[in-house]
Design a protein. Structure first.
Length: 251
């Protein structure tokens, strides 16, 4: 295979392009707009963007974060998502010794990035994103294992069943929803990637991230209440990514 530096550059550039698509999907999907055929438009004047205005990162910098037609400001979230996706590509290139492992890592990272963004901004885990994550996880795990990935198959079933049971118990005891309907599916999808042995680590990482967010809000003197909504899917996505990269804690 090519030198790691060459692979990292190529996947990093591919990540910037994919990140531009992910940024568009993260806006269109919650609005139920066409995520494939719909043309990219300015959110203010609704004018279609020209090809040179859609070059990842560089167009935003050249235009200084403003629309080329009406001059309205363009959110910095777009360039941040593109850079994050580019970083995932580089990370994937440096994290594997084979094309298969590199591709699997990058694919997982890009899927988790989109899921994390949408849940963080909308408190929503759409099935159209979480269900395919199960399929890609089982396929990637099977190819890497060279056979049926029993660890991941059990992980998918156990992950979904565990959070579904916790959500059911919480609803029975407290009389209200404690977890969104997409969380069990996402946790099951996580198990399809990291296996049942990685599920405790995913939950631990997710809990650490969630507690860190609560602590940060307290340090900034923001109020924290038990009824506050938290994007648990985002925390699970971070936990899944770290567990995939570094393996189950303690093993």
């Amino acid at each position: 295979m090519p030198l790691p530096a060459v692979t990292a550059v190529l996947l990093g550039l591919a990540g910037l392009i994919i990140g531009s698509f992910l940024a568009a999907v993260s806006v269109r999907l919650p609005r139920e707009e066409d995520v494939v055929a719909g043309r990219s438009r300015c959110m203010s004047c609704r004018q279609p963007l020209k090809p040179w205005q859609m070059v990842p990162v560089f167009s935003w910098l050249i235009l200084r974060g403003r629309c080329g037609q009406c001059g309205a400001g363009i959110s910095g979230r777009y360039i941040l998502i593109e850079l994050a996706a580019g970083g995932v590509g580089v990370w994937g290139a440096l994290n594997g010794q084979s094309w298969l492992m590199i591709g699997a890592t990058a694919l997982l990272g890009w899927q988790l990035l989109l899921i994390a963004i949408i849940d963080a901004e909308n408190f929503w885990l759409p099935d159209v994103l979480t269900m395919p994550l199960i399929g890609t996880g089982l396929i990637a795990s099977g190819l890497l294992a060279g056979g049926l990935p029993w660890n991941q198959i059990v992980g998918a079933v156990a992950g979904f069943g565990l959070l579904w049971l916790l959500a059911w118990l919480y609803r029975r005891v407290r009389g209200r929803e404690g977890l969104g309907g997409g969380d069990p599916i996402l946790f099951g999808a996580t198990g399809a990637w990291v296996g049942w042995t990685g599920l405790p680590s995913v939950l631990l990482w997710a809990s650490v991230v969630g507690l860190s967010l609560v602590l940060a809000r307290l340090l900034l003197r923001h109020s924290v209440r038990g009824a506050d909504r938290m994007p648990f899917g985002t925390f699970l996505a971070i936990g899944a990514w770290l567990t995939w990269l570094y393996g189950p804690l303690g093993l």
